[in-house]
Ligand binder design. Structure first.
Ligand code: SF4
Ligand code: SF4
Length: 368
């Protein structure tokens, strides 16, 4: 008979020797240049890359096969995942091995891929949209909103015509100084909610200069990593968010949350508890005062991320600290290897200073 502790360890995957949640950054390229993007935006770290990479399909298939005994949950990232030339084969392979998969997209290529997406039926697709047309396009580029709307309609029509339940169609919105006043109008006037199954809203992720410098110093001293250019793409400051009216934002978010609850739609928010105070703390970089903030993070024990260069990291989007490379070594050897242990040992004692800039910080489990 298992003790409670042993049972809990098995439930969250600590003993399986295989990660339960795998993020694959399929490629670095994107067809957009959204202003707030930490990869391709105003402060984006990818703009300086001399060459853009993508994961080799054979490597991706090997990962999916090697991890199949644990049937992990997958999230696909980019850049823009729908640009990845073998996206259909990746979805097919995940489905074949009976795992679930979600991914975000900017929506501009949905119309072209609608048939393929209904055929391979990932569980959920999140279309990233930031507000009504003029607001969205001010952040993401002219014409993006209309392209995404056409894509959503096509995907919905193909799915309905085939009598399929999947993919579920979600809208994901990052709240920034540009769109914070327009969420109510966006969700209740600009969108045809009859086609939308789920909504995710998150306050724009950022780290302060001070926290970034602390993180960069820890990487140097503890892990011998000399620079942290990716995390630099997240740097911002409370001044940047000073125009945000926390009361009005909380009111709008609560309306959206209630709408989802009343209509049976899935709703997700980061941070989890929506209140005027929490929004104010968050945008004033007082993360420790936000409700339910964590003292530790379990994700290094259950999830891993493979970036487009093959680098393995445990922290979503923070690719400066890699713990191995799948182009050179088996994924499970890395997961169970000494570098991962050293890294977990550090995180047993404390979080990183950049953790509040990581969406996993606000998550307890894979989104439903
Ligand atoms: S679509 Fe996504 S990856 Fe591409 S620039 Fe916009 S936020 Fe960045
Ligand atoms: S919250 Fe921190 S430790 Fe956890 S995954 Fe994110 S960056 Fe890593």
């Amino acid at each position: 008979m298992l003790t409670n502790t042993e049972s809990a360890r098995q439930t969250i995957g600590l003993d399986s020797g295989i990660p339960k949640w795998i993020f694959l950054q399929l490629l670095e390229s994107c067809n957009l240049r959204c202003k707030m993007c930490f990869e391709w935006g105003d402060n984006g770290a990818y703009k300086e890359k001399p060459e853009l990479k993508k994961l080799d399909l054979a490597v991706v298939k090997k990962i999916i096969e090697d991890c199949s005994p644990a049937r992990p949950y997958y999230e696909l990232y980019g850049g823009e995942p729908l640009i990845y030339p073998w996206i259909d084969e990746v979805l097919e392979s995940i489905k074949y091995h009976k795992s679930r998969v979600h991914f975000p997209t900017n929506g501009t290529l949905l119309e072209r891929h609608a048939e393929m997406l209904v055929e391979h039926a990932p569980e959920r697709i999140w279309i990233s949209l930031d507000g009504p047309e003029e607001i969205n396009d001010a952040q993401r580029g002219e014409g993006v909103f209309q392209k995404a709307m056409k894509g959503i309609r096509k995907l919905y029509e193909v799915r309905e015509s085939k009598g399929s339940m999947y993919p579920k169609i979600g809208i994901s919105t990052a709240i920034t100084p540009i769109n914070h006043q327009h969420l109510e109008r966006f969700y209740f006037e600009s969108l045809d909610m009859s086609m939308i199954d789920c909504i995710s809203v998150e306050l724009q992720q950022y780290v302060t200069q001070e926290r970034y410098e602390h993180y960069a110093a820890v990487l140097k001293e503890e892990f011998h990593v000399q620079s942290a250019p990716i995390a630099r793409g997240f740097i911002s400051s409370p001044e940047h968010f000073s125009s945000i009216d926390a009361g009005n934002l909380a009111r709008q978010l609560k309306l959206i949350e209630k709408f989802c609850k009343d209509s049976g739609r899935y709703f997700n928010a980061y941070p989890k508890v929506i209140s005027e105070e929490n929004i104010r703390y968050y945008f004033n970089a007082k993360w420790e005062q936000v409700t339910n903030m964590k003292k530790r993070c379990v994700f290094p024990w259950i999830s891993m991320e493979i970036n487009a260069r093959g680098g393995v990291t445990s922290c979503h989007n923070f690719y400066d600290l890699t713990l191995g490379n799948v182009n050179e070594q088996g994924l499970l050897d890395i997961w169970n290897g000494p570098k991962y242990k050293e890294y977990r040992d550090y995180l047993k004692k404390q979080l990183f200073s950049i953790c509040p800039g990581c969406c996993l910080y606000y998550n307890e489990k894979p989104s439903q």
